[in-house]
Design a binder for this molecule. Structure first.
Ligand SMILES: [Fe+2]
Ligand SMILES: [Fe+2]
Length: 319
């Protein structure tokens, strides 16, 4: 019987491969987040700027370590790397939280760190830490739930990027500004659609998101979600995923064009070449993650035997 979430350790080679895939991508991203925060802070916030610089240095060092380990990886070395990455990511999550609070409580009132940008990069850090924690604890998630979770995460990230590009472009760049806003609307709409799939196809996850799950049972959802159908896929989710990938590819191409223009000083904005490249890499990663998970989807409407029986019993016409 398919379970929503169980602790099943990944085979050692998969554990190593997936851990390295996560670390090599996200450690560089985290290093750049520290840089973006530092550059966006007011110049009189010396202590925070120093803290950001220290985090940037520590992520740079850990990234180097990850690159060395990747040349000749062992399970123990990778597990130790994951532990270090979880600890350092926890430190940057804490830092981002403090900076966000200072900004949204209007203690820091200058600089150009948009609150949603800090929230966005904290979400990315939380996502990375959760991915590593799942690997360390051998926690696997069912394919439908995992795909929808990834889509919800990445579609929101892509919508945010579109908004950030629009807000950081010079107002004179009307054509690019309008294109960026159009992408923002498309991704907001896709994300709402993915939310609908969440409650339709993985109602146990939906219920879990409403309840405190801090007890960390060995088998989630435990008492939560009982009586709700097991996750399943439908043809429409496959169609939706294809649409989401196509829109993300369009945004990726737009970001690539923008990055080239920024690098060649042919567009007016306050987007740095590093930030342009950063959001381009994240679009490529979104395509990679969603494509990978879409290949693991079960066949559409492959119901568990018990589900059909239950639906018959609850048919009001038959009663
Ligand atoms: Fe990022
Ligand atoms: Fe991002």
């Amino acid at each position: 019987m398919a379970e929503l979430t169980v602790f099943v350790p990944k085979p050692p080679d998969q554990f190593i491969q997936e851990s390295l895939r996560q670390n090599l991508f996200w450690l560089r991203i985290m290093k750049e987040h520290a840089l973006f925060i530092r550059l966006g802070l007011p110049c009189d916030e010396e202590a925070l700027r120093l803290e950001a610089q220290q985090l940037e240095n520590e992520f740079a060092q850990l990234l180097e370590e990850a690159r060395k380990i990747a040349k000749n990886p062992t399970k123990d070395a990778v597990a130790a790397l994951n532990r270090e990455a979880i600890n350092l990511t926890t430190a940057i999550i804490d830092f981002k939280s403090r900076v966000l609070q200072l900004i949204i409580c209007c203690i820091i009132t200058t600089g150009f760190n948009l609150p949603l940008l800090i929230d966005h990069i904290r979400r990315e850090a939380i996502f990375f830490r959760a991915a590593l924690a799942r690997l360390q604890e051998g926690l696997t998630v069912g394919p439908v739930e995992e795909l929808i979770q990834e889509e919800l995460f990445w579609l929101r990230i892509m919508a945010d990027h579109s908004k950030f590009i629009a807000h950081l472009l010079d107002p004179s760049e009307r054509k690019f500004f309008n294109t960026a806003l159009d992408f923002s609307e498309q991704f907001d709409s896709l994300r709402l659609h993915a939310r609908d799939f969440e409650s339709m196809l993985v109602p146990q996850t939906f219920e879990n998101s409403l309840l405190d799950d801090t007890a960390k049972p060995c088998v989630r959802p435990g008492a939560f979600g009982q009586g709700l159908p097991e996750p399943f896929s439908i043809g429409t989710l496959e169609r939706f995923t294809k649409d989401a990938l196509e829109t993300t590819t369009d945004l990726r191409d737009f970001k690539e064009t923008a990055a080239e223009l920024i690098n060649n000083c042919r567009i007016l904005s306050i987007i740095s070449p590093t930030l342009a490249d950063h959001v381009l890499r994240e679009a490529e990663r979104a395509i990679e993650d969603i494509t990978m998970l879409s290949k693991q989807l079960p066949s559409p409407c492959k119901f568990l035997p018990g589900l059909k029986d239950k639906s018959k019993n609850t048919d009001p016409i038959e009663e």
